[in-house]
Design a protein around this ligand. Structure first.
Ligand SMILES: C[S@@+](CC[C@H](N)C(=O)[O-])C[C@H]1O[C@@H](n2cnc3c(N)ncnc32)[C@H](O)[C@@H]1O
Length: 259
């Protein structure tokens, strides 16, 4: 699925020097203009505690909602090499509107990775996409599964993720990825102990998660943002975080906007 709008995507330099892309379709940047790489590292690797799993060379399955520029995949691979990890990793991601291979060639992520050669994976991935599920053996330990299609149509067999990177555009422009039904489907794709993180802290997003059965906590956001969300179906996994009152948020979500 190659979206003509995506071809017009414009590169923008964020305040940590790393690129992001502006989407005319969603009228939003793919990352925080204050620092694409800084925010991705904080939200998906540090606050989620995924780095500890990689350090210990554990088996990890990750599901990302919104592959976008592929930055999170590159950061993951960079960490694996830095930490000399022997983790076996399955990285699933979903993208409805892939950017063009030419756009990926112009991204400056190579200048921000400790292993710049990893950036060469991106044009190769985007150049060779079929509709539906695509599989790439990136290293002997890392397999990348990219669903080229809409989240609503994603229905893999037996996916039980340990980590969910919820990296949609914001709820005001991309509301379908922030509904209670969406978070219910994410329950279905995860282990009970899975950790879901997102840069967003909107109370409606917290309500949708709580309604869907996630336990929800807030923690320090990236780059001076006050808050972000960490969620899990297991209360134990959130023991170090400040939980919200899920019942209250779920009730309010149901009253205001049942979907
Ligand atoms: C904030 S960007 C993702 C950023 C990305 N993780 C990165 O590091 O570049 C959100 C992505 O979700 C995709 N998207 C939005 N709605 C979607 C849907 N319903 N199904 C599949 N992809 C969707 C957009 O095309 C966009 O690439």
């Amino acid at each position: 699925m190659n979206d003509p709008q995506a071809q017009q995507s414009k590169l923008v330099t964020t305040r940590d020097g790393s690129h992001t892309v502006y989407s005319p379709q969603f009228d939003q940047h793919y990352h925080n203009p204050n620092g694409a790489i800084a925010e991705s590292k904080h939200v998906f690797f540090e606050q989620s505690q995924l780095l500890g799993e990689i350090k210990n060379s554990n088996l990890v399955t990750i599901l990302e909602v919104g592959f976008g520029t592929g930055l999170n995949l590159l950061l993951l691979m960079d960490y694996v090499l830095d930490l000399e990890s022997n983790s076996t990793i399955d990285f699933f991601s979903i993208e409805g509107f892939p950017i063009s291979p030419q756009t990926t060639e112009n991204l400056n992520y190579d200048q921000h990775l400790n292993h710049p050669e990893l950036a060469n994976h991106l044009p190769a991935i985007f150049d060779d996409l079929s509709e539906g599920m695509n599989e790439f053996s990136l290293t002997s330990n890392i397999t990348f599964h990219l669903f080229n299609g809409m989240f609503e149509d994603f229905d893999p067999d037996n996916l039980r993720a340990d980590y969910i990177f919820h990296d949609a555009f914001s709820p005001d422009v991309n509301p379908e990825l922030w509904t209670g039904q969406t978070f219910k489907r994410l329950v279905h794709f995860s282990h009970d102990n899975a950790i879901l993180t997102t840069y967003c802290a909107a109370s409606k997003a917290q309500g949708a998660m709580a309604w869907a059965g996630w336990k929800v906590a807030k923690t320090q956001g990236a780059l001076g943002k006050r808050e972000m969300i960490v969620a899990s179906q297991s209360a134990e996994m959130l023991a170090d975080f400040n939980r919200i009152n899920e019942e209250h948020y779920a009730r309010r979500y149901k009253e205001e906007d049942f979907d």
